[in-house]
Design a protein around this ligand. Structure first.
Ligand code: ADP
Ligand code: FBP
Length: 461
């Protein structure tokens, strides 16, 4: 194999450049050229296929820095339909014209679905990414637990349901954690800590919303910031139980911090917040307002009198505030766990292509108290209809009565985070007060990369 392509698709994470850097480093050792494809699948759909040679003379370009968040290649959510054979053939012929003999897609479950269309014509490997940590399986036979049930509300006329999960050991998990997750938990947990002291001083209730779509992994990880309660999408939220617990907490500490995952649901499966369909045939939806919905319940159930009687704010509305951590969870420098594991998985993806694997996934496995990297056939992640489902947070990781991680959840988090941060991560915070920041404009990597971008002469059509 002389030349491979690499792209980053889906929502970005802080660890994408680390994965690219790891892949390029391994390719340098093997003397393979790496062509970076700009803006995910969008670049492949563009007849000019904007691209960058990432390792001229088998040396990484200086813009590629594993410690820099985001992706120097850009990312998008453009859809590649497996049914549109004409477009797929054009995409493959463009990659052939570029001399690309194998493709690494850095992405999550959506990216893997998109990759399926190409893998029949070109060897492809997925290097995982997603802050949501929903790419993988809790145990190998999990896909067989999904069934289809009729649903008139759904455009397809059906939806998927999952049987009760079985007991499993942590070592059975397929893709234990995904690069990007650790940094987002680091950011979210720090935010929880920061919001805590102001809620405490002013005797208020803070409702903090974190990302994750329908997976409560990020919310679970915020336990490191010691919120009083965590609400996750996998466990239906019972408003009465939430109010009771909040009152108990207020009774002993006069304030409360609640962390809610953006996708939390009630017993009927309805989302607490608003669900907005985005123009993405992949079916991605955007959640918003889960924290506000929880606040509303508390305002109505606890009422103004409770707060005024205790001279804690003039109303329930004033006493309860919401904060959405938002895209700060996806941005900035990756912490050591993400930098290291992302680079390793990037390298593993190159090795898998060189071994001649088609449609494979480079995964992180937990074995004997440490991590190993392993290639698996992507079909292992599919159910009997060929669908890849987002991995849910295992209910065994969550203590429903205490709204906290269970003992098993604690063991899972410890495995990832006990050595996740390096002293260099703390040192990297120092330059924030560099007085040069006050006078120098931001030096955008896009500006430098755009000088390196090359294009194919557009093909017919
Ligand atoms: N079933 C599918 N078929 C083709 N392309 C898909 C499919 N699902 C997702 N994609 C595409 O893969 C890319 C990444 O998907 P997305 O869901 O945004 O992120 P992630 O890979 O993190 O799950 C997007 O460009 C999306 O349009
Ligand atoms: O950037 P957008 O389009 O607002 O997307 C927000 C979504 O992206 C994520 O950060 C990551 O999603 P993907 O890994 O599926 O790309 C979700 O947690 C969140 O719901």
């Amino acid at each position: 194999m002389k030349r491979i392509g690499i792209l980053t698709a889906g929502g970005d994470t802080p660890a994408l450049n680390a994965t690219i850097a790891g892949a390029v480093e391994r390719a340098n050792q093997l003397r393979i050229e790496v062509i970076g494809l700009i803006k995910g699948y969008s670049g492949l759909l563009n007849p000019e296929v904007p691209h960058v040679h990432l390792n001229p003379l088998f040396q990484s370009i200086p813009e590629l820095d594993a410690a820099r968040g985001g992706t120097i290649l850009g990312a998008s959510r453009d859809y590649v339909s497996a049914d549109d054979r004409e477009t797929i053939e054009r995409v493959v012929s463009r990659l052939n014209r570029l001399g690309v003999e194998g493709l690494i897609c850095i992405g999550g479950d959506g990216t893997l679905n998109g990759m399926q269309a190409i893998c029949e014509s070109l060897p492809t490997v997925l290097a995982p990414k997603t802050i949501d940590n929903d790419l993988g399986l809790n145990y190998a036979d999990e896909p067989s637990e999904f069934s289809r049930v009729p649903d008139e509300q759904s455009p397809k006329g059906y939806r998927y349901t999952k049987a009760e999960e079985r007991r499993f050991e942590l070592e059975e998990m397929v893709n234990f954690a995904t690069p990007g997750y650790a940094t987002s938990v680091f950011v979210a947990a720090q935010n929880v800590q920061r919001i805590r002291t102001t809620a405490e001083s002013h005797r208020r209730i803070a409702v903090i919303e974190v990302m994750g779509r329908d997976c409560g992994m990020i919310a679970l990880g915020t336990a490191f910031g010691q919120p009083d309660m965590i609400l996750v999408p996998e466990v239906p939220v019972d408003p009465e139980a939430v109010v009771t617990r909040v009152l108990e907490i207020l009774d002993c500490q006069k304030h409360a911090v609640i962390c809610v995952s953006e996708g939390i649901k009630d017993a009927q499966g309805h989302n607490f917040g608003a669900v907005r369909t985005v123009k993405d045939p992949a079916g991605n939806i955007q959640y918003s307002g889960a924290a506000e919905a929880v606040k509303q319940i508390l305002v109505e159930q606890i009422g103004d009198a409770f707060f005024t009687r205790k001279r804690r704010n003039e109303s329930a509305d004033a006493a309860i505030f919401c904060r959405k951590i938002g895209h700060t969870q996806r941005g900035g420098r990756p912490i050591r766990f993400d930098r290291f594991q992302a680079s390793q998985l990037g390298g593993e993806a190159v090795d898998l292509l060189v071994e001649g694997r088609h449609n494979y996934v480079a995964t992180l496995q937990y074995r004997d108290g440490g991590f190993v990297h392993e290639g698996i056939d992507a079909s292992r992640l599919r159910d009997r209809w060929g669908v890849i489902h987002a991995r849910p947070l295992s209910r065994s990781f969550y203590d429903e009565a205490r709204f906290r991680p269970s003992a098993k959840g604690v063991a899972y988090l410890q495995a990832i985070f006990s050595d996740a941060l390096g002293s260099e991560d703390l040192e990297a915070q120092r330059p924030i007060f560099d007085s040069g920041n006050l006078i120098r404009p931001y030096d955008s990597v896009n500006f430098h990369i755009s000088k390196r971008i090359r294009r194919l002469c557009p093909d017919a059509g």
